[in-house]
Design a protein around this ligand. Structure first.
Ligand code: C5P
Length: 231
């Protein structure tokens, strides 16, 4: 664990796809004025880099090298704008959100050497005044001594509905059944992998967001942060 991690307060938010982590983490980081780590983006970027360089998803050694040397910049967003992500000089902010890239990311995320190669890069995001870390293993592996650990969950059906609503404007042919099947497959892969499986840290605060609005979830997390003197 780096000295940096010990000095900077960290809030980790873990959970499955569609549990609302991404939105909550952005709002939380903005509200607190803290740094934000979207760790899923690093797995997605590695997957996209593999595609660009023609590296097969079975080639563990080449994937490890790619992950260790990812040439990526996260350009901070202006007020109300989305953060820009640049991979090897190319803007890929939207390209990495593609469903196929997400699938590939979840396959390579099961590989121990790839996870190890990304570990310090993730810890380097811990900068004053604090860090909000969004992912699957933020509270269990990457920031085990975080001041506050949140685990967000929701039923697979509700998460599929949320994803469908996001996608339908961009992909009119999107099918709710296909999305639900993809979500279940990704859950199974993320929860059953040997290295850093998706699970709540023993000391995590668990929130089922199935019937909660974004505002209610944000408020619940802010209340937990206040209890711990983090705001
Ligand atoms: O959160 P997002 O959907 O962007 O993550 C893409 C994939 O990356 C996930 O399905 C998961 O397999 C992997 N991931 C991970 N550990 C993290 C973040 C993401 O294994 N901390």
């Amino acid at each position: 664990m780096s000295i940096r991690e010990k000095q900077v307060p960290v809030i980790t938010v873990d959970g499955p796809s569609g549990s609302g982590k991404g939105t909550i983490c952005q709002l939380l980081a903005r509200e607190l004025g803290w740094e934000l780590l979207d760790s899923g983006a690093l797995y997605r970027l590695t997957a996209l880099a593999a595609r660009h360089h023609g590296v097969a998803l079975e080639d563990v050694e080449a994937l490890e090298v790619l992950a260790a040397h990812l040439d990526v910049q996260f350009r901070p967003a202006d007020e109300g704008q989305e953060m820009q992500i640049v991979l090897e000089g190319e803007e890929v902010t939207h390209a990495i959100r593609n469903e196929r890239v997400g699938e590939d990311a979840s396959v390579i995320a099961a590989l121990g050497p790839v996870r190890a190669a990304l570990l310090n890069r993730q810890r380097d995001f811990a900068r004053a005044p604090g860090l909000v870390a969004d992912g699957r293993d933020m509270g269990t592996v990457v920031f085990p001594s975080a001041e506050l650990k949140i685990y967000l969950d929701a039923s697979a059906e509700e998460r599929a509905q949320r994803r469908y609503k996001q996608l339908i404007s961009k992909e009119p042919g999107a099918s709710l059944d296909d999305i639900l099947n993809d979500i279940k497959a990704r859950d199974a892969r993320d929860m059953n992998r040997v290295v850093a499986p998706l699970k709540p840290a023993p000391d995590a605060v668990r929130l089922d967001t199935t019937r909660m609005s974004i505002e209610a979830v944000l408020q619940a997390v802010l209340d937990e942060a206040r209890h711990r003197g983090l705001r």
